[in-house]
Ligand binder design. Structure first.
Ligand SMILES: *[C@@H]1O[C@H](CO)[C@@H](O)[C@H](O)[C@H]1NC(C)=O
Ligand SMILES: *[C@@H]1O[C@H](CO)[C@@H](O)[C@H](O)[C@H]1NC(C)=O
Ligand SMILES: *[C@@H]1O[C@H](CO)[C@@H](O)[C@H](O)[C@H]1NC(C)=O
Length: 267
């Protein structure tokens, strides 16, 4: 090699060094940071063919991470014209679609969002995407026969192809009564309470029980007891029925200077 070609090589090396330095300049080596999710998608995304859906995924890092959507087997997903798009900002978009364009591998699929830069990569939780085609359905209820006073379980029958997307909001009777689920309901119906007569020897205690039909007993609380003399008794208080009595002290005769025991007699 002669002097001249040595000179050219030094210049080339210098140019290479400068250009590689220029290339990595925005990412200060000390500030390099692996990706961290800013917005991780939710585990379930259910949507209707008429609305479509946008699944967001954003991550931060230095250099800014690239967002890639993958299937559960790890393979990257791409655009499917009119049915699935991946936007430059990382959003996974399912536009509204006609019923005949439904495609299971697009519309009923497990996706995950992968964010990666030169430091490393992170993957989101599974995102279960399900599209449903809006279509007419009817809900139904079977008749249930039970003996009066017993409970019946009524089930709202919803076709399986929409059941996952339908919530029972309320029940209605043909008497215009409304029932909201998760409330404790008893169909209002007439009932009588009763008290058996209790016979006791005067001065002894009697236990009186308010008898409530079993089909409502769980929903009934005893607020007060009333006598036919207009007396009122509230439960959880200690009562003694008031009744007339006299106390009397018997006369005791003793010789002066001795003690006498006086006893108060209560009837
Ligand atoms: C979604 O499907 C329903 C039922 O087939 C159809 O009537 C509706 O037009 C569809 N929505 C769109 C945006 O095509
Ligand atoms: C139920 O309510 C509707 C109006 O909300 C009324 O026209 C109808 O007569 C009611 N039926 C009964 C059984 O009360
Ligand atoms: C009980 O009270 C009612 C009014 O509160 C009164 O009309 C009735 O005469 C009373 N009965 C008795 C036995 O005191």
């Amino acid at each position: 090699m002669n002097e001249c070609s040595h000179g050219i090589m030094w210049i080339l090396l210098a140019v290479l060094l400068i250009s590689s330095k220029a290339h990595s300049a925005p990412n200060n080596e000390a500030d390099l940071k692996g990706p961290v999710f800013l917005k991780e998608p939710t585990n379930r995304v259910d949507f209707s063919n008429s609305t479509g859906a946008v699944v967001e995924c954003t991550a931060t890092g230095n250099p800014p991470p690239e967002i890639i959507w993958v299937r559960s087997d790890g393979t990257a997903v791409g655009d499917v014209p009119g049915l699935r798009q991946i936007q430059p900002n990382g959003n996974l978009v399912f536009p509204p679609f006609r019923a005949e364009d439904y495609r299971q591998e697009v519309h009923a699929q497990v996706y995950a969002c992968l964010a990666k830069n030169q430091i490393g990569s992170i993957i989101s939780r599974d995102v279960n995407v399900r599209a449903v085609v809006a279509q007419y359905y009817e809900a139904d209820v079977n008749k249930e026969h039970v003996i009066r006073g017993n409970s019946a379980v009524m089930k709202c029958l919803i076709p399986s192809f929409v059941a996952d997307f339908v919530e029972v909001v309320s029940w209605h009777s043909d008497q215009n009564e409304s029932f909201i689920p998760n409330g404790d309901f008893v169909v209002s119906q007439h009932y009588d309470t009763d008290v058996n007569k209790e016979y006791v020897i005067r001065g002894n205690s009697a236990v009186m029980k308010c008898q409530i039909p079993s089909f409502v007993a769980d929903f009934v609380e005893i607020v007060a007891w009333h006598t036919d003399q207009n007396e009122t008794f509230h439960p959880k208080m200690n009562y003694v029925v008031q009744q007339f009595y006299e106390s009397e002290v018997n006369n005791e005769y003793v010789i002066r200077g001795n003690s006498a025991v006086l006893k108060c007699s209560i009837l």
